[in-house]
Design a protein around this ligand. Structure first.
Ligand code: B12
Ligand code: SF4
Length: 490
């Protein structure tokens, strides 16, 4: 029998219940990992369980003649669905090696490798390690010496030496055309009616103590050169006629010069693209006027900023290396240049006091005043392993999963943190509701214009919420209970 050069890469479902946002994102982790395989002539099947109607049936059919199955996962529901997929493969009697990669396995490689459905864990950047594994496995050779993997055999866990991280510019373009039905990943959103996700860098130089980046990429940031980004964007335009790009980089604006050159190139090539990307608040105050001008002219719709907290104490505890004033200043600068800025804030950090949370609400409201609308996002702290905040959460009673199976039922969204009571969550949602309607965004206003019922709802909610914000009165949230019960009409 000729050895199989077929590889199956599986991207498990990332939500237990209802998907928590309306968009459909291309599975970039498996797409990136697959790029060198395609270039080397492998037959690769990419399965995105978030969009496939029958992902397990497809998986079994594709695995029958494959040499290797790769599973990608973050901490959270993907572990559950990844394990479910592996169980189906083994139950069907298929014996091909199963390799896990992505953030969760990279942070906890030994623990992950001890699972019965994990033959090897690929740590960190996946392209070259997977390519070497595929080569050895498809030739029937021993793969236990491959650099960058961890595996458990006969109860013994082996951690092979790490693989030097490669320059991502050396990797082939992400093969979007190999996705099953690539067009389903076009989203109608602010940046464009045909927007797609794309990533131009790996890692982040910052050291936030709740984040996975410093753990996996060691605070190194590797980015495509401007020409590479431009040719990728041209491909996406010609292949899918995209008019919007959501950058999935953890941080995009690390080098002002690079960001500027990409934007200058977009303008010079006449690309008509809206886009948005992650920035750190202190970066914006340092950009020149020319940079803002070029970014805006190239179609930058919004800076996406992880503000996390309005409390200096909390920002220091999480080593965010920013101050509340940086958050406000970034809002002023972006607004002055006519570019939107949206922030993500988190409440419920381990040990966070009511007073500190109040400071966050104050900053959220100040930002809304500066930008003229509430367009931040409120998240509850979701513990992920391997960092100081997670250890602190454990000290405060978070039960720590001890195996991959236990991680499978660890829900990062409706977190089981002892201090995150329903009452606490409700109080935070009330405050958010008052900001949403006290400072209605363009999106809320647009929705209101769609029908009389919606207009009436938004008008009532806005009048009451604006009065609450003016008086800073948050008690007796009868309006919230009432309005929350009624949908926005129509
Ligand atoms: C988009 C995104 C999402 C989307 C995913 C939708 C989609 N279809 O892509 C959604 C909104 C669902 C999401 C949810 C969550 N996310 Co998220 N997300 C991201 C984000 C911004 C981009 C992911 C991406 O496309 N990366 C680009 C690809 C190319 O990079 P990559 O994953 O590193 O892939 C490389 C390697 O990991 C490896 N690799 C990856 N998979 C595989 C598989 C195999 C077989 C091999 C060999 C190698 C390999 O090779 C790749 C190429 O080098 C990342 C941050 C980031 N920039 O990566 C956070 C990130 C992955 N998310 C994170 C978190 C915390 C979450 C949530 C827990 C948040 C929450 N509060 O609920 C949830 C978890 C949901 C779940 N597990 O099911 C963390 C991961 C933490 C962790 N311990 O896993 C990240 C890193 C953010 C951060 N900075 O901390 N997320
Ligand atoms: S700036 Fe963002 S991506 Fe970078 S370490 Fe902090 S939270 Fe993670």
């Amino acid at each position: 029998m000729t050895p199989s050069k077929k590889i199956v890469l599986f991207y498990p479902r990332n939500h237990f219940g209802k998907q928590y946002h309306p968009w459909t994102w291309a599975p970039l982790p498996i797409l990136a990992a697959s790029a060198p395989l395609f270039a080397e002539g492998y037959q690769v099947t990419l399965i995105d369980a978030n969009v496939e109607p029958q992902p397990l049936e497809l998986l079994l059919a594709e695995c029958r003649d494959a040499a290797l199955l790769g599973i990608s996962c973050m901490t959270g529901p993907q572990i559950h669905f990844g394990l479910e997929a592996c169980a189906a493969v083994r139950t069907a009697g298929l014996k091909l090696p199963i390799v896990w990669g992505g953030y969760h396995p990279s942070i906890l490689p030994e623990q992950t490798s001890r699972n019965q459905y994990v033959d090897a864990v690929v740590r960190g950047q996946g392209e070259l390690t997977l390519l070497e594994l595929a080569g050895r496995i498809s030739e029937g050779e021993d793969y236990t010496g491959v650099a960058g993997i961890t595996f458990t055999r006969d109860g013994e866990t082996v951690t092979n030496p790490g693989r030097p991280v490669a320059d991502i510019n050396d990797f082939p373009r992400l093969p979007y055309e190999k996705l099953r039905n690539p067009r389903q990943y076009l989203n109608n959103m602010h940046v464009g009616s045909r927007s797609i996700n794309y990533v131009s860098s790996q890692g982040c130089p910052a050291r936030c103590q709740f984040c996975a980046e410093p753990l996996v990429y060691g605070r190194a940031w590797r980015a495509y050169k401007p020409d590479r980004v431009l040719s990728d964007l041209e491909f996406l335009k010609s292949f899918l006629d995209v008019n919007g790009v959501m950058y999935f980089d953890s941080t995009y604006f690390v080098k002002e010069q690079r960001a500027r050159e990409i934007s200058e190139g977009m303008i010079a090539r006449g690309m008509k693209l809206g886009w948005a990307a992650n920035a750190r608040a202190p970066q914006l105050g340092k950009f020149s006027e020319e940079t803002f001008d070029v970014l805006k002219r190239s179609g930058l719709w919004a800076f996406l900023v992880g503000a996390e907290s309005g409390s200096q104490t909390q920002l220091e505890k999480m080593q965010k290396d920013i101050a509340p004033e940086d958050i406000l200043e970034a809002a002023r600068v972006a607004t002055r240049h006519g570019i939107k800025i949206t922030y993500s804030f988190i409440v419920g950090f381990p040990g966070e006091t009511e007073a500190e949370i109040e400071e966050t609400w104050t900053v959220m409201e100040e930002v809304s005043k500066i930008v003229g609308e509430y367009n931040s996002q409120l998240h509850f702290y979701a513990p992920t392993p391997g960092n100081a905040l997670y250890d602190r959460a454990a000290e405060l009673g978070l039960s720590q999963p001890q195996s991959l199976e236990e991680w499978a039922s660890f829900n990062t969204v409706a977190s089981s943190l002892p201090w995150m009571s329903k009452g606490f969550q409700n109080r935070q949602r009330q405050r958010e509701f008052f900001l949403v309607y006290g400072y209605p965004s363009e999106w809320v206003r647009r929705r209101a214009s769609r029908s009389f019922a919606r207009r009436a709802y938004v008008s009532a909610a806005s009048t009451i919420s604006a009065a609450r914000c003016r008086r800073r009165f948050w008690k007796l949230p009868l309006d919230w209970w009432l309005l929350r019960g009624v949908r926005e009409g129509g």
